[in-house]
Write a protein that binds this ligand. Structure first.
Ligand code: AVJ
Length: 320
């Protein structure tokens, strides 16, 4: 009797059930949080340095221009919390400005990636001896729980267009949970990408070097590693489309041929026809009306919006 090679059983229950339901749906889909294993987090860091991926450097330039104003508006004696912090590379601009206003500060970066958080601790800890960095490994749900337990006046950051991965109704639920975990005087900074021309958007999600394609295909490599699947990443191509009606970039993996994939850990066979796609990500692009709507619906009051000269990216200060 033929036996397959032993599996490492690395997949969490959440991964297994998301993959099972996503690959048995029509059309096929996989949740975008699956991108962020160690390899995927490193690939995302690489994306943020690409010439086509304007988001990170544009948001950083907004922080560089307005960090002082943002902190002025947020209030004094702040504890910084960052949801989905990653390596917290943009946060150092804010921290630098914060430490000019107060002698010491606490920073709680919250992220699902321990390796990214380690990087944040190393970088910020070394750069700012007066900053206490207390990393928390958690997803958004766990992160919001953690918010409740943090003492003192908080400035909560949810930047980097992370909100873009949520459906508008999910965003509202998420923001509502954040809002409920804030106390009077706390402030919330939301970073969201603005809707713009497809000429700018598409290359940002389909770069010439193919880093975004590798980031997308890493999902397949991850399913091979964690579920023992036999995906051939070369048998899929990366597709990035602008859906103007829904105001979102859509990312897919498109099967180049008719093929069948076996996922032993789920005891599941998945068939693909040539050209069939797996929908791996939506990245919503906000208009000012959309920002106002989700903040209002979640019980926040929008106090100020900072943007770059081209109005490509927005950082919004809101209060509970
Ligand atoms: C991490 C969600 C902000 O949507 O721009 C980058 C992820 N996907 N390239 C984004 C991503 C493809 C990114 N976010």
């Amino acid at each position: 009797m033929a036996t397959s090679k032993p599996l490492q059983f690395l997949a969490s229950d959440a991964t297994a059930s998301a993959v099972r339901s996503g690959l048995s749906s029509t059309p096929k889909r996989l949740p975008s949080w699956l991108f962020y294993d160690e390899a995927g987090s490193a690939l995302f860091e690489q994306i943020t340095t690409l010439p086509e991926y304007y988001l990170t450097r544009t948001e950083r330039s907004i922080f560089e221009s307005f960090a002082g104003e943002m902190l002025e508006a947020a209030g004094s004696d702040l504890t910084l919390v960052e949801l989905g912090a990653g390596t917290a590379s943009k946060t150092c601009v804010l921290v630098e400005e914060l430490l000019q206003r107060q002698k010491r500060a606490l920073f709680y970066p919250i992220d699902v990636s321990p390796s990214a958080l380690q990087e944040a601790v190393n970088q910020l800890g070394r750069q700012f001896p007066q900053l206490r960095v207390n990393p928390i490994v958690a997803d958004y749900t766990g992160g919001v729980e953690a918010l409740n337990r943090i003492l003192g006046r908080k400035l909560v950051l949810y930047i980097g267009s992370s909100i873009g991965n949520f459906e508008p109704d999910e965003s509202v639920r998420m923001l509502r949970r954040i809002r409920r975990s804030l106390r009077a005087g706390d402030a919330f900074l939301l970073g969201a990408d603005f809707a713009k021309s497809a000429k700018i958007l598409i290359p940002a999600y389909d770069d010439a070097e193919g880093v975004t394609a590798a980031f997308n295909k890493n999902i397949l490599a991850r399913l091979n590693r964690e579920l023992g699947a036999d995906f051939d990443p070369d048998a899929f191509r990366h597709v990035a489309l602008w859906n103007r009606q829904c105001s979102r970039m859509e990312i897919y993996l498109e099967s180049l041929c008719e093929q069948r994939v076996f996922l032993p850990m789920l005891d599941m066979d998945v068939s693909f026809s040539a050209g069939e796609r797996i929908h791996t990500e939506n990245s919503y692009k906000y208009t000012m009306d959309m920002v106002e709507a989700i903040l209002r619906e979640s019980g926040f009051k929008l106090e100020h919006t900072w943007t770059d000269r081209q109005k490509w990216f927005g950082v919004h200060l809101a209060r509970a």
